[in-house]
Design a protein. Structure first.
Length: 83
């Protein structure tokens, strides 16, 4: 079940990223990789993903609060995986 929440959060974030004028290709690529294989992620890989998302969240915070909120939702879903 946690994987479904993560995938849903990734999908919502990807939709919102496509609406932003900021270059988001690298973040979208990372999210696509996570979405396609999140159930195979090691705890270390999940931690790396969380750190990447936090850095990206900081960059979007002022100009794109919706993206920031979705990144936070995704990090909560990842944390809830119990890894």
């Amino acid at each position: 079940m946690p994987h479904k929440k993560v995938k849903k959060a990734i999908d919502e974030l990807n939709v919102e990223l496509k609406k932003t004028p900021k270059e988001t290709g690298t973040l979208e690529e990372i999210l696509d990789q996570a979405r396609d294989g999140i159930e195979r992620y090691t705890p270390e890989a999940v931690q790396d993903l969380l750190e990447t998302l936090q850095r990206e969240s900081d960059e979007f915070e002022v100009e794109h609060p919706r993206v920031t909120a979705l990144i936070n939702q995704l990090t909560n879903a990842l944390s809830g995986m119990g890894i």
